[in-house]
Each structure stands twice: as C-alpha cells, then as structure tokens.
Design a protein around this ligand. Sequence first.
Ligand SMILES: [Zn+2]
Length: 86
Amino acid sequence: MSGLRECAWCGAYLGEAPDLPAGHVTHGICEGCHGRMMAELKRPGWTGHIQERRADRARVRLLLGLLVLASVVIGAAVLASVLVPH
Ligand SMILES: [Zn+2]
C-alpha cells in the first residue's frame, strides 16, 4: 500500500504515490485542469488585470500628488495671511 496522488484543482484521482505511506495524499494537476490553466494564462485578460492595477496605482499617485500640492498651496496662503500685515 502507498499514498495517493490527486488533482489539487478538481480532486481527480491521479494514481498512487509510491513514496508516500498509505493514507497520505499528495497533489498534482490533471490534464483537464492543466489545459484550463494554460488557456487561462494565455488569455489577454490575464495581463489586463496587471495593467489595470498599474493604472490604479498611477491614479492613486496622481491623487496623492494633488493632495500634497493642495496642502502646499493652502499652507502658503495661511503663511502669507499670517506674515502680511493687515
Ligand atoms: Zn483536475
């Protein structure tokens, strides 16, 4: 008796795992899940996600930049109103 190997995605039985003691299960990937996975990786949407996230980060940086700029302008205005005698 030896352990079993099954697909980590769908749980399909992939055969025995002679290196494992009985009752133990190790995982692999079956042909069907491997095919689906490869198709998923080749889809343009896969890198689209990453580009979207990059665009999000660029938007956040822009907002932070505007926030810093706004606080500098407000700070200068406050400073000017304090320094300039009325
Ligand atoms: Zn599978």
